[in-house]
Design a protein around this ligand. Sequence first.
Ligand SMILES: *[C@@H]1O[C@H](CO)[C@@H](O)[C@H](O)[C@H]1NC(C)=O
Ligand SMILES: *[C@@H]1O[C@H](CO)[C@@H](O)[C@H](O)[C@H]1NC(C)=O
Ligand SMILES: *[C@@H]1O[C@H](CO)[C@@H](O)[C@H](O)[C@H]1NC(C)=O
Ligand SMILES: *[C@@H]1O[C@H](CO)[C@@H](O)[C@H](O)[C@H]1NC(C)=O
Length: 391
Amino acid sequence: MRPPRTDTLLTIAVFLLLLRFRLTFAQQQCDLTALVGDKVTVPLGYSGATEDNQLIWKRGNLTIFYRVDKRVRTGKLGDVTSDGSLILRRVTMDQSGLYSAQVIDRTGLMRHNRVQTLCVAETVYGLLGAEAELDPGANEKIKEIIWKKSNTKISEWKRDKVVYYGRCETGEQCDLNNSTGVLVMKGLKAEDEGRYLAEINGKTPLTGLDLIPLKPVSKPSVTTSCSWTQCILTCVGEETKHTKYSWKENNETVKEGNTLTVEKSGEQSKSYTCVFSNPKSEEHSDPLTEMDLFPDNKGYDMDQEPVLERHSLTMDGWTYEYFVAILVAAVAVTLLMMMLYYCRRFYFKRDDRRRTYMNSFYGKLNLLRIFPPTVEPVELQLCSLATLIEK
Ligand SMILES: *[C@@H]1O[C@H](CO)[C@@H](O)[C@H](O)[C@H]1NC(C)=O
Ligand SMILES: *[C@@H]1O[C@H](CO)[C@@H](O)[C@H](O)[C@H]1NC(C)=O
Ligand SMILES: *[C@@H]1O[C@H](CO)[C@@H](O)[C@H](O)[C@H]1NC(C)=O
Ligand SMILES: *[C@@H]1O[C@H](CO)[C@@H](O)[C@H](O)[C@H]1NC(C)=O
């Protein structure tokens, strides 16, 4: 007779083994995970398939792809890759589940059989301090439901009773609807961020909800950089991970992103507004009208002064080009005047005969040949040119 001690040890060992198996199973629940909208490739994991093999893909017991004799009988040609892996283009919650792939040869022999679990999560946004609604998308009558954050129970409906734990335990922080399974969490805090899973009627969930609490956005401001005919508007808001910018011309959204280039159109009442938003809130900048951006000089009044100041500060585009052109012209005229003055003095020092000769056009052209210069030839040529221009 064996001592009872050994029996007890054996029982514990078997229990531990089972527990270990269960834990391992739970961890391996999802072979693939994806977010709603992702493109997912479920690998076939078999490279020995030939063209005359049959290829079958199923989700649960539903055949979604079937190819036999090189012809696709169920699904479309583009549903699998060249190596037979399954492509899910924009994955939805409904597409979570068990995917099985089978490769069968001409003789009807199963060459390959593989089952993989796809888990799909969806992002749910909520505002800090407000409510978030977690909908498990139940498609069967709920007899019991357990809501967990990661691996921690927060709420359950079991044997006609709702029980709340942890975050949901104190006050009236949560509200579980026993017919829809929807869990409403109130007074959202930053630490509520995480993945929530609903176990319905004892089934391990293959879908999850990723809750992201967000701060309401603040009102953005707009800075401008303008020339006479064009403005670049830049919107500045307090940026966080999920914020974005867009622009409205009058009431119509015209562009995404934080900058907008606008052209003067002559429509004085046209207005531009920056919209700064995250998935749960949005704020508008003060609108800027075309009159603000391109004030007409004739219609100048004191109210528009700040805008005009902006124009003179940002000397870009045409304004800058005019400035440079005027400067270049002024320098050129000054140089010409200096040259004429120098040349006059140079020629008046010469004798009369030479001056007479100089006055004829022909003489100017032959100056260098007849009177070998005492100064640099280049200088002389410039002078004859300058006197020509003077005439
Ligand atoms: C497929 O499985 C579901 C349950 O998962 C069952 O209700 C249904 O009858 C099955 N369909 C077929 C054709 O076997
Ligand atoms: C559960 O939700 C449904 C649909 O929104 C509603 O009609 C019902 O009253 C709710 N039940 C409870 C107990 O809140
Ligand atoms: C939900 O709970 C109420 C009482 O709390 C109960 O009367 C009702 O039958 C429950 N509904 C379901 C679908 O279990
Ligand atoms: C545009 O916005 C104004 C007020 O800002 C409103 O009166 C008008 O009806 C809106 N027009 C359209 C087409 O939405």
